[in-house]
Write a protein that binds this ligand. Structure first.
Ligand code: UD1
Ligand code: CA
Length: 456
């Protein structure tokens, strides 16, 4: 179920697309669900901002059911009735409870089948049950009489600590036969799926519940505070998993590591580092503080010094970055290459062992191996309309403060004198100077003083 608006988040974006652990809530739930049943058998009920939600998770291969308008969780299942007709059982997941694991879904399914129940509720015993529907049973372990939403609870019911997680398994036949018996006599005037417990009981059907061993798995995210709690819980667990796999993370509570990030053993992550998106880092790397690395591939033994920003970059083995390097999409840094402070790169391949150590912009360029790019070098890649390529072949030496006006090519082993403006190709093994010749006026200062004037 992912059709709700999420009023309590006070957001213009649909609730299930809010992120925890760097991924939409719904994407986490789908990831767990598709480990239990094939994606083609997963139906995502969408409604509020349906197209946005569909696009965000379409890649997972699941199917979609439109709920329009959204009249409650019970109504969501009414909308899916024709899709369910061909199945014996259905597992219902809440799109806003992202910590659910495939293991727990499997246990819910197995318990449901074993009890031959019409409805099986995944419950949890919470120290603070505020906000959740409460399970009403005649005695502990007995069948479930009803689920009462918090707003409708009597003071005694409110004290019950066994809550409805919003995850269920149903036998399809009794579900479809009884769905139309749901009523909307409640504070929200909605069809509550939770009322199916009482409806099925009345129809003499079996309604049971099984409590999860890990109550934190079912936590929902109705408010910003709950979202942020889930996010930090997820990231804490991510750090713990990486550490168990041999990664050192200092002050892990200060690091932001998304769920899909991979880090190899013996890599060290210093405080206040962010590793987000589909980032992969090899073994024996060190990522120093305040670096933010997104959707990037870092091979082994790479040193990323303080304050680097990487987005869509690839960095080969043994390279050294930073401090304060900015690698934009399409940056491909070769083995053992150095990219130093205040160097910005974009769509550039830098070959093995090449160095650009200070204050440089390299964009739309192909740079060979063993190249030295002097401080302050700029590839002038943009003429105001089009982008152009700079090609720098192996072993080239570019003197400091040079501007390379693309399209331009520096041939193998060429030298460019410092402060040159290079507008034409430089043949291999040649020296290019693109600056005005230096003028020296000997004794000029002394003569000026003697004249006592400011004239040159
Ligand atoms: C629901 C349960 C509550 C349970 C809690 C667990 C009901 C009436 N109550 O409350 O007993 O303790 O989950 O987290 O079900 N949705 C739709 N269509 C709709 C309405 C909602 O698809 O018309 C989806 C939402 O997008 C969401 C899920 O159903 O993913 C749950 O809805 P939500 O409004 O969050 O229910 P809760 O108030 O949390
Ligand atoms: Ca909820």
């Amino acid at each position: 179920m992912a059709a709700g608006k999420g009023t309590r988040l006070k957001s213009k974006h649909p609730k299930v697309l809010h992120q925890v652990g760097g991924k939409p809530l719904l994407a986490h739930v789908i990831a767990a669900g598709t480990q239990v049943v094939a994606p083609a058998d997963v139906y995502v009920i969408i409604g509020h901002e349906a197209e946005l939600v569909r696009q965000a998770v379409a890649q997972s291969g699941v199917q979609f059911v439109l709920q329009e308008p959204q009249r409650g969780t019970g109504h969501a299942l009414m909308c899916a009735a024709s899709n369910l007709a061909g199945y014996d059982h259905v597992i219902v997941l809440s799109g806003d409870a992202p910590l659910i694991s495939a293991e727990t879904i499997r246990r819910l399914r197995d318990f449901h089948l074993q009890k031959k129940a019409a409805m099986t509720i995944l419950s949890a015993k919470l120290d603070d049950p505020t906000g959740y529907g409460r399970l009403i049973r005649k005695a502990e372990g007995a069948e479930v009489q009803a689920v009462v939403e918090e707003k409708s609870c009597t003071p005694t019911q409110r004290k019950l600590r066994e809550i409805n997680s919003g995850f269920y398994a149903f036998a399809v036949k009794p579900l479809l036969e009884n769905l139309q018996n749901l009523k909307t006599e409640n504070p929200h005037a909605e069809y509550y799926l939770t009322d199916m417990a009482a409806v099925l009981r009345k129809a003499k059907q079996r309604v049971v519940a099984t409590a999860t061993d890990n109550p934190s798995e079912i936590l929902g995210s109705n408010t910003r505070a709950e979202l942020v709690d889930l996010d930090s819980k997820m990231r804490r667990e991510k750090c713990a998993r990486l550490m168990a796999e041999g990664v050192t993370i200092f002050f892990p509570e200060t690091c932001v590591i998304d769920s899909d990030v991979e880090v190899g053993a013996d890599t060290t992550i210093e405080p206040f580092v962010q590793l987000v998106g589909k980032t992969r880092i090899g073994t024996d790397c060190r990522v120093r503080s305040y670096s933010v690395i997104q959707n990037s591939e870092i091979e082994d033994e790479v040193l990323i010094r303080t304050g680097c920003i990487l987005d869509g970059a690839r960095v080969a083995q043994g390279a050294v970055l930073g401090p304060y390097s900015h690698l934009r999409p399409g940056s491909d840094i070769g083995e053992g290459a150095h990219v130093g402070n205040f160097v910005e790169t974009k769509k550039v391949r830098i070959g093995k062992g090449s160095k650009a150590n200070h204050l440089t912009y390299l964009g739309d360029a192909e740079i060979g191996a063993g190249v030295n790019i002097g401080a302050g070098t700029i590839t002038c890649n943009y003429d105001g309309v089009h982008k152009h390529m700079t090609t720098i072949e192996d072993g080239v030496f570019v003197g400091s403060d040079s501007t390379l006006v693309a399209p331009v090519k520096l041939g193998k082993g060429a030298y460019v004198g410092a402060a040159s403006c290079i507008t034409e190709d430089v043949p291999p093994e040649s020296l290019a100077l693109g600056r005005s010749k230096q003028i020296v006026k000997e004794g000029w200062v002394k003569q000026k003083r003697a004249r006592g004037t400011t004239e040159g």
